[in-house]
Design a binder for this molecule. Sequence first.
Ligand SMILES: Cc1cc2nc3c(=O)[nH]c(=O)nc-3n(C[C@H](O)[C@H](O)[C@H](O)COP(=O)(O)O)c2cc1C
Length: 287
Amino acid sequence: MESSMLAPPWKQPLLRSLARCLQQSGASAGFMQLATVNADSGLPECRTVGFRGFLLDTADTRRCVQSSLNASETAAASAISASSTGVMRFTSDARTNKVRTMLQRPVGELCWYHAATVEQYRLSVYMFPIFAPGDPRQPDLTVLHSLSPELAASSGHATVTEQLYEERERMWHEATSDSIRASLAWPPPGQTIDPALAADSDWMLERFAPRLLTGDEAAERTAYQNFVLVLAMPWRVDRVELAVTPFRRTEWRVGQHGLGNGPGADPESAMREAGCVDAWTMVHVNP
Ligand SMILES: Cc1cc2nc3c(=O)[nH]c(=O)nc-3n(C[C@H](O)[C@H](O)[C@H](O)COP(=O)(O)O)c2cc1C
């Protein structure tokens, strides 16, 4: 079977819309909002993260998305076939609240406004952080082999985990700039800065970045340990289009699990089914 045929049905409209946004606004179109519920306080937390393509993308996301720009079915299909998975990637720092939270409660919602097409995508996701090999915080990743046809080809815990560590390694090289690596070696995010130091806005760069940029091995190792690749598996996708009349809202659901955030929602069971393209159904709902 063609791998493009295995892509979840919401991926093509999302990529098409993203392609137009990238053309209109450049890289800033790739920022999404991630909402989680802090497991300790029970309070909502929302922040911006950068979309880093889909799991096992071989091509640069931007190139892949750009090739769907002419909106022909063939071009869109070939962009999608660059990776058939619906598993989205972003990267983070292991010391942030969001990563701590997803270890206790691995669910969240991504909200992505596509300005060029006046569309909103809200994706209910189940998240898997991938830490550095050997990190004791690493949650079990074997379930991911059933979420992606490419991973299903590998058998057994060792192979799947190894493949995902390779993906992390690739993202470490592709998705980190000098300044991102410097921030991963700084003191923990959210920690109060000594007021005397805070007055000097260059202090962090002066103290940490030069060491990284000149190849300080200890700092580079700290940054590497703190770098986390997050895999976000959508199990419900809600698209709202306001550039059409009448407004349109479409929901893609997995099996019986597309019950929004209502009492019947079961993200873990839904996530386990979401890798199977046949499990998805589409419904139109009132905007
Ligand atoms: C444009 C922009 C892009 C960002 N991208 C990321 C990202 O990809 N990953 C990330 O962890 N934080 C990113 N951040 C920072 C987060 O929004 C957030 O401030 C930080 O990660 C701490 O969040 P937390 O304490 O809720 O985990 C970005 C911020 C901005 C303004």
